[in-house]
Design a protein around this ligand. Structure first.
Ligand code: UDX
Length: 459
């Protein structure tokens, strides 16, 4: 770590795994550049403070009831959190600024800025009223973030025409490279409630002092140029955040490390890794189709099945015959949660059947693991299109959770010539993204600009 620069940065992640990981990674990056770090967090999905002894952690009340913390509806969860966290957050930040002002002597530290998730819509006015610069941390691909504000309009104008089967594969001109069927899937899961939420995100982001993306020019070049025009605030694309401190993600769940010795026993590039992230749910029929698809592919597999969240309505899992699970274990391993970054970097992994959350997508690229795309909702649909249609580093299941389709895709990816071509393109993409993180690379330079920018708030 560099010598302390006398500046403290306040971070406030959304309490979702896909947002906590990049926030903690950013905290580590800033700390290594001399900043002190305070993480304000909610009781719900609290990050593990003991894993980061060099940071200060402050809990605020989130007001969620026991039942609310169990919801699978992310929009509802974010609405509730935004409603109940505003006052506790304001009180916490005000107190911190007052006590920083009251400090005297040479050791006096200054609070430089607040960095929090674009999904917090009350923080911008609070920071503004306290004269504290706020930067928005964005955990999506740049092209998704800048284009998703058009969704309410598309819902109004296009919804009916989207139902026409013959046009399902047509591109959505306003939101490339989405196809109409992708848009239908996004809109199907999201209601009008989201429209006013999106509007607030747009307003508060435009009023902020800057936006930080975990992407880089190699993955988002055109969108970055357009985003700079759209938002008119400084934009930093510092690259895949996990690359700076590899293998140190901040899991909310108990990690099963036994998969690494299991992988050690497998052949090079033979294993298909399967995970749908921390938010998506599947039902019993889908579970069975995936299970048979994996088994029939006859390739070894490592499958993350989080009982409380991956599988919707978990009672039935108890009823799955033991014999069936034992049969699955002949060829594969099922775990509750794994050290994903280490898994993806393991020599035995040959492919990733993924929901295409942005973190999983970039982790796969950085490990040069080709993907089989099975997006469920929201930005996952767009990320999957980039993977399959633009970068051509993966195959797309086109939403078909069917055993034959899954078996076929695994075989083509791991054993066929199509898979070889995909693997070669993926290696090139990995090298390009890796280059951006090296001195003179786009992400490297952007991070340096970010450090200079945050340091300038000292004046
Ligand atoms: C959410 C949204 O669903 C996603 O669409 C958005 O892009 C980011 O926020 P999530 O669904 O959890 O994220 O997926 P993803 O972005 O891929 O993040 C999951 C994180 O959990 C990754 O960093 C991954 O390495 C980690 N993980 C996942 C593990 O450490 N172990 C596992 O077993 C599974």
């Amino acid at each position: 770590m560099e010598k302390s620069n006398g500046l403290r940065v306040m971070l406030f992640p959304l309490p979702l795994q896909g947002c906590i990981n990049p926030t903690i990674q950013l905290a580590k990056i800033l700390h290594s550049r001399g900043f002190s770090i305070t993480v304000i967090y909610t009781r719900f999905n609290a990050p593990k403070a003991s894993s980061h002894p060099l940071f200060t952690f402050l809990e605020i009340q989130d007001g969620l009831s026991e039942t609310e913390t169990k919801t699978h509806d992310v929009t509802l969860l974010l609405t509730l959190l935004n409603r109940s966290c505003e006052t506790p957050f304001r009180d916490c930040l005000t107190k911190l600024l007052q006590s920083a002002d009251a400090e005297t002597g040479e050791e006096k530290e200054k609070i430089s800025c607040l960095i929090d998730d674009s999904g917090w819509i009350f923080t911008q006015p609070i920071a503004q009223s306290l004269n504290l610069p706020r930067l928005v941390l964005n955990t999506y691909k740049v092209s998704f973030f800048r284009n998703h504000f058009v969704l309410p309009q598309l819902r109004r104008e296009m919804y009916l025409s989207l139902q026409d089967d013959s046009e399902q594969d047509d591109p959505v001109q306003e939101f490339p490279p989405l196809r109409k069927k992708d848009l239908l899937q996004i809109l199907d899961k999201e209601t009008e409630v989201l429209d006013s939420y999106s509007k607030m995100i747009l307003e508060t982001t435009k009023a902020s002092s800057g936006i930080i993306f975990m992407s880089c020019e190699e993955l988002d070049q055109d969108s970055l140029i357009q985003a700079r025009e759209d938002f008119q605030v400084p934009i930093f694309a510092i690259g895949p955040s996990h690359s700076y401190f590899p293998g140190s993600s901040s899991s909310l769940f108990k990690v099963d490390e036994t998969c690494i010795p299991w992988l050690d026993k497998q052949e090079d590039k033979s294993v298909i890794y399967v995970s749908f992230g921390s938010v998506n749910t599947i039902n019993e029929a889908e579970f069975m189709e995936i299970a048979w698809g994996l088994r029939n592919s006859n390739q070894p597999f490592l499958w993350v099945v989080r009982l409380s969240s991956v599988v919707h309505g978990t009672e039935w899992i108890e009823a799955i015959p033991k014999k069936f699970i034992e049969m699955l274990h002949e060829k594969g391993k099922i775990v509750n949660w794994c050290p994903q970054e280490d898994v993806l970097k393991h020599r035995a992994i040959g492919g990733f059947l993924t929901h295409n959350g942005w973190n999983s997508t970039v982790e796969s690229i950085c490990a040069s693991v080709p993907m089989i795309c099975l997006p469920f909702q929201w930005d996952q649909l767009l990320n999957a299109r980039f993977v399959s249609d633009i970068w051509m580093v993966g195959m797309h299941l086109e939403g078909r959770i069917e055993k034959n389709v899954i078996e076929g895709a695994i075989r083509r990816l791991l054993l066929g010539t199509e898979g070889e071509a995909i693997r070669e393109r993926m290696e090139l993409l990995k090298v390009n993204v890796g280059r951006s993180l090296k001195p003179k690379g786009s992400a490297y330079r952007s991070l340096q600009h970010l450090i200079d920018y945050i340091s300038s708030f000292n004046l």
